[in-house]
Design a protein around this ligand. Structure first.
Ligand code: AMP
Ligand code: MG
Length: 319
């Protein structure tokens, strides 16, 4: 098994030897490597079984380090970085030639962010290179929000998992790019679009092209439990359609009184979308481990982080 540790020095030394390591962030755990090491980056793709056409997010210790990887920083990007970094916002910026094509899948832009997690920030400060870090899960499966989730997925594929406790935000970063008209959302995430729009004005939605996805988070099926899962607008009705099966429910704030339920996960009894987002993946992991016939999940209010949760649920339940 990988060693679960809080020893930053151990992990820094391993990364400096071109090994990969799992690291905590406020969003989900990442599988990290030196962006300038072809060996480390190829290991990340191999261990995750991630297709090479899916670019990686570059993690920086602070916004000043942007000048090492970005050729230009539009004023709107600068304003967003000033306001939300460290935090769950990834910016797509024109890349410097020194950023390897393997990181960006040959694209002219590089995805960058400064994560808001004390352990990982001090790790990044000790290193002489930025870290590429996609989520530390096999491609397409539920993202990890604890060190144990990572250990369960990968056994001994790499030496260390830096343990930063459960992730506070719990879903991936919001990805924002830019064109002449302003900001474009590539992936809904932990930072609500409404908060971004206060800085940028109206954010447009990226028009997806499933043939060459710019963001794997945008593939129609992703973040998926292995148990068959249904997204429902009417829990009682959907439950009644599956009588006789072992059913698990995932609900926002209220429990269900329906019969025949084996287990139910309430993501936020107080009705907070932030709390629900932070509990989402851990609840999916728990439900997926209970040999259920079916998981039925409720649709969330379509605002703030509810939009990001619904986005993940739609992909998790896509056939
Ligand atoms: P993950 O690391 O699993 O959270 O996935 C990283 C996300 O960032 C994926 O959805 C990538 O496709 C996306 N991404 C990284 N670089 C770019 C880029 N240059 N253009 C568009 N999306 C990107
Ligand atoms: Mg991922």
């Amino acid at each position: 098994m990988s060693l679960i540790t809080t020893d930053i020095k151990l992990v820094a030394d391993s990364l400096s030897k071109e090994e990969v390591a799992a690291i905590p962030t406020e969003t989900v755990y990442g599988l990290a490597g030196n962006i300038y090491s072809e060996k480390a980056i190829r290991s990340i793709f191999r261990i995750k079984q991630r297709p090479l056409f899916n670019p990686l997010i570059v993690h920086l210790p602070n916004a000043d380090a942007l000048r090492d990887v970005a050729k230009e920083i539009p004023a709107m990007a600068k304003a967003l970085a000033d306001k939300f970094w460290p935090g769950p916002l990834t910016l797509l910026l024109p890349k410097k030639d020194t950023v390897p094509d393997l990181i960006t899948a040959g694209k002219p832009t590089v995805a960058v962010r400064v994560p808001n997690h004390a352990l990982t920030l001090s790790l990044l400060e000790q290193l002489s290179f930025p870290l590429a870090a996609p989520s530390a899960n096999p491609f397409g499966s539920i993202s990890p929000t604890t060190a144990e989730h990572v250990a369960n997925y990968f056994k001994d594929a790499f030496p260390y998992i830096l343990d930063g406790g459960p992730c506070s935000s719990g879903i991936e970063s919001t990805i924002i790019g830019f064109n002449e008209d302003g900001a474009i959302v590539y992936r809904y995430g932990s930072l609500a679009i409404e908060d971004i729009e206060e800085i940028t004005g109206p954010v447009q939605e990226y028009i997806r092209d499933e043939e060459t996805p710019d963001a794997p988070g945008m593939l129609l099926r992703h973040y998926a439990p292995s148990t068959s899962t249904i997204l429902s607008n009417d829990i009682d009705k959907t439950v009644s359609e599956h009588v006789g099966k072992k059913i698990g429910l995932m609900l926002f704030s209220h429990s269900s009184k329906a019969d025949h339920i084996v287990t139910q996960e309430i993501l936020s009894a107080s009705g907070s979308l932030e709390e629900a987002a932070s509990n989402l993946y851990a609840a999916m992991h728990r439900l997926d481990q209970q040999q259920l016939d079916i998981i039925i999940t409720e649709r969330f209010p379509d605002k703030g982080l509810g939009r990001s949760i619904n986005d993940r649920l739609q992909r998790a339940t896509h056939a």
